[in-house]
Design a protein around this ligand. Structure first.
Ligand SMILES: [Fe+2]
Length: 228
């Protein structure tokens, strides 16, 4: 069965005017139809198809072992979409609690990066022809609650508080790294190459941030905290 031509969809005009977000996005059809012949494949069955072809597609749909995986994939995207929004709010609060200038800058930068990542996720939903929806993520809520508590339990203006913020932020990054790493691989498995590229772009940024936080801790903050 040949693949359907890419459908053109227009990006939500309310999205910020990043050049990469102001173009039309085609809904991405899986490259490997044998692995992803679900509803989209059913939709490709137009009047030109013979009855036999229709039956064949229907049977591919029924036997598609990845349709459950696709459902899981979309729900996991809704989960990380929720998580990114919660992280953005948390960074807006936490950045002002840090003392070390480098840490403040890293948190500010990551707040901007997070906004960009949210836009990429919205693009992912569009590519999949799905509505961008949030699904409550208890894991990120728990980590962010812990970050808040660590900040409350450390002295204002102390380097020990900065240590706590770095460890908390790295817990967040590692959660995101695990999520984006896994989801990018699932996207590849399902044949969604553009989606995989977007998820990998988010993954790279999380890894860079994690590395930067380690550097700030090891080069300045930990030593200064040890002197308090
Ligand atoms: Fe993120």
């Amino acid at each position: 069965m040949s693949q359907k031509d890419l459908k053109e969809k227009t990006i939500d005009k309310s999205a910020p005017s990043k050049s990469e977000d102001s173009k039309t996005i085609p809904v991405e059809e899986p490259k490997n139809t044998s692995k992803s012949a679900e509803k989209s494949l059913k939709d490709t069955t137009d009047s030109k198809d013979t009855d036999n072809n229709t039956k064949k597609n229907q049977s591919m749909e029924d036997k598609n072992s990845n349709s459950e995986l696709k459902t899981f994939f979309v729900e996991a995207l809704q989960d990380i979409y929720y998580a990114e929004a919660a992280i953005e709010q948390s960074l807006a609060k936490i950045k002002n609690k840090a003392t070390c200038e480098e840490l403040q800058e890293a948190l500010e930068d990551h707040e901007l990066v997070t906004k960009k990542q949210i836009l990429r996720l919205e693009k992912v939903f569009k590519l999949l022809g799905k509505e961008a929806k949030k699904k409550k993520c208890d894991a990120i809520d728990g980590i962010l609650k812990e970050v808040d508590e660590m900040v409350k339990n450390t002295e204002d203006g102390s380097m020990t508080r900065d240590v706590a913020i770095i460890i908390g932020a790295q817990k967040v990054e590692h959660y995101e790294i695990a999520t984006y790493g896994g989801l990018a691989q699932i996207a590849i498995t399902l044949g969604y190459e553009k989606v995989a590229d977007l998820l990998e772009a988010n993954l790279d940024e999380e890894e860079d941030t994690d590395y930067l936080l380690t550097e700030i801790a090891e080069e300045h903050v930990n030593f200064e905290a040890a002197e308090e």
